[in-house]
Write a protein that binds this ligand. Structure first.
Ligand code: DX5
Ligand code: ZN
Length: 232
């Protein structure tokens, strides 16, 4: 049996966060219910503005809709320029955590503080080409550090292999700075890739295509957790 309370060696819980970007929006309620039934820990909500990334998705209205459909934490990933413009609306809509990109956030310290002031957990995301060191000064303030394992913008892309070493560096930074931040990976996470990033120190795994394109999406959530290899 796969225990939902599985913990990794460092004592941090393994979290699986299905990305609703790959859900069927014509039956979003069913897909959200499926994620819950499958034992998802968080729901990952990808906000794209067509500027920071070459794709456009949704905003506060959809966050509010998903909030009404589920009690699971909503892990909102802001792939937008000037993310602070959205903080109030997204917090009001029911975001549990907001993650902003360091590449779009010149005033990271202030922006992290503002997210927390609104009662949300604060995360920072790094594009593949952005070094881990760029968050060194704020590491201890973070609730979540997201290492992108593809270039953001689309679901269903191929995992970038050099991400594994980057996750190791991110784990080292969090440990060195005494940060208790969740270490999340996002992009191309599937049964074939998840163990590599888990072994490198990640504990929170976003998966879109791997779950929603699976033959049995509900069981795939448990299969991803089991692929980390530490749960019985
Ligand atoms: C990509 C998004 C991801 C995406 C992941 O820009 O941030 O959350 O939905 O999708 P998969 O798991 O299909 O790579
Ligand atoms: Zn994402």
């Amino acid at each position: 049996m796969i225990a939902r309370s599985a913990r990794d060696a460092a004592g941090a819980r393994i979290r699986i966060a299905p990305s609703l970007l790959s859900a069927n929006f014509a039956r979003l309620a069913d897909d959200v219910a499926m994620c819950e039934a499958g034992g998802a820990d968080w729901l990952h909500v990808d906000v794209m503005d067509g500027q920071f990334v070459p794709n456009l998705t949704f905003g506060a209205k959809v966050i509010e809709t998903v909030r009404k459909l589920s009690k699971l934490p909503l892990d909102v990933h802001l792939m937008v320029v000037e993310p602070e413009k959205y903080f109030d609306d997204f917090a009001k809509a029911g975001a549990s955590g907001m993650t902003i990109h360091v590449e779009a956030a010149p005033h990271l310290d202030r922006q992290i503080a503002r997210i927390k002031e609104l009662g949300c957990t604060a995360g920072v995301a790094l594009n593949p080409a952005t070094p881990v060191d760029s968050v060194q000064q704020v590491a201890a303030e973070l609730d979540l550090l997201l290492v992108m394992t593809v270039n953001p913008g689309f679901g269903g892309q191929k995992f970038i292999p050099y991400s594994v070493a980057k996750v190791q560096r991110a784990r080292a930074l969090l440990d060195e700075t005494g940060s208790r931040a969740a270490l999340e990976v996002d992009g191309g996470i599937a049964r074939a890739t998840i163990k590599r990033v888990y072994d490198a120190g990640a504990n929170t795994f976003v998966a879109g295509n791997a779950i929603f394109s699976a033959k049995d999406p509900q069981r795939e959530i448990a299969a991803l957790r089991a692929a980390c290899g530490t749960v019985t």
